[in-house]
Design a protein around this ligand. Structure first.
Ligand SMILES: C[S@@+](CC[C@H](N)C(=O)[O-])C[C@H]1O[C@@H](n2cnc3c(N)ncnc32)[C@H](O)[C@@H]1O
Length: 285
């Protein structure tokens, strides 16, 4: 069968493949630990505190939903959702391992949320909105289900030219992976890297008091550059097939270049990568 040209079908296939699910399950502890500062920022900007009932979208293998579940405490609640049943199953297993009893898990498309209006105290999503074809509808849905005065917070990747994304960046620079064109048509992880694009979408979708900022945050990976490459390859759902198609020499050159870029960042057991992200915050009237 010819591969589908429907963008959502491609996204669904990317995030449901066995190798992707195995990769995210294997590396969940490293991703969870490394990304703690991004989750903290989302929690702070969303004003999340004890006793709140919150919704996290495109939760994938569980972040920031798991950190939010700790922040709201036993008297609060987190609903974690994702379009991929397999990704969400990983999140659920890790919640059980952490003994979290204040979460539930629901397969849901961000463009069509199965919740009543004005249900949640806050709505969050990290590294998800970039993959949604009709992002305005998705943000309208978030606005619909949050309570009046509640916050909607989304985090996306800033420009790909940053150490955490050295591998993606190398593929883009060599013309092997598509650079996101100006504008936000392509469903790549870097779709909202251009200043103002995320904030404009949030305003268009009806949120008020919208602010958007680019932030640099620590992201320490526990392990060597070689191990980081293994993780990147295992979890990079949209990019792994591109690497698989490279001839042996190009692939070896690519890996060598990436490892060289990461080498000076090694300090003891950690690779201090740091990340640049774009965060949008809005409020429901
Ligand atoms: C890069 S992962 C992010 C996971 C997690 N939030 C994190 O930050 O590690 C992207 C996730 O978005 C999900 N996703 C993509 N399109 C979606 C949609 N329309 N509705 C819900 N989830 C979607 C994918 O299934 C995938 O789990």
């Amino acid at each position: 069968m010819a591969p589908s040209t429907d963008p959502k079908a491609k996204v669904t296939a990317d995030w449901s493949r066995d190798v992707t699910l195995q990769g995210w399950r294997k590396w969940q502890p490293e991703m969870h630990e490394g990304s703690v500062e991004t989750s903290r920022l989302i929690i702070n900007l969303a004003g999340i505190g004890r006793g709140m009932s919150t919704l996290d979208l495109a939760s994938g293998a569980g972040d920031p939903a798991l950190y939010i579940a700790h922040a709201v405490g036993e008297e609060g609640h987190v609903t974690a959702t994702d379009m991929s049943e397999g990704m969400l199953a990983i999140a659920q297993d890790f919640a059980e391992k952490e003994g979290l009893q204040n979460m539930d898990f629901l397969v849901a498309d961000m463009e069509q949320l199965p919740f009543e209006d004005n249900t949640f105290d806050a709505v969050t999503s990290r590294f998800g909105i970039m993959f949604v074809p009709d992002h305005i509808t998705a943000i309208r849905e978030m606005t619909r289900v949050v309570k009046p005065g509640g916050k909607v917070v989304m985090m996306c990747w800033a420009h790909w030219d940053q150490p955490f994304h050295a591998a993606n960046s190398a593929l883009i620079k060599r013309g092997l992976a598509p650079a996101p064109p100006p504008g936000i048509q392509e469903l790549t992880p870097f779709r909202f890297h251009e200043a103002g694009t995320l904030g404009a979408a949030m305003r268009e979708a009806g949120l008020r008091n919208v602010s958007e900022q680019e932030c640099r945050l620590p992201w320490d990976f526990r392990g060597s550059g070689k191990r980081m490459w293994e993780m990147w390859y295992d979890i990079a759902a949209p990019y792994r097939p591109i690497v698989d198609d490279l001839d042996a020499r190009t692939r070896a050159e690519l890996i060598e270049g990436v490892l060289k870029e990461w080498e000076p960042r090694q300090n003891g057991p950690f690779l201090h990568l740091g990340v640049r992200v774009v965060v949008g915050v809005g409020e429901k009237a």
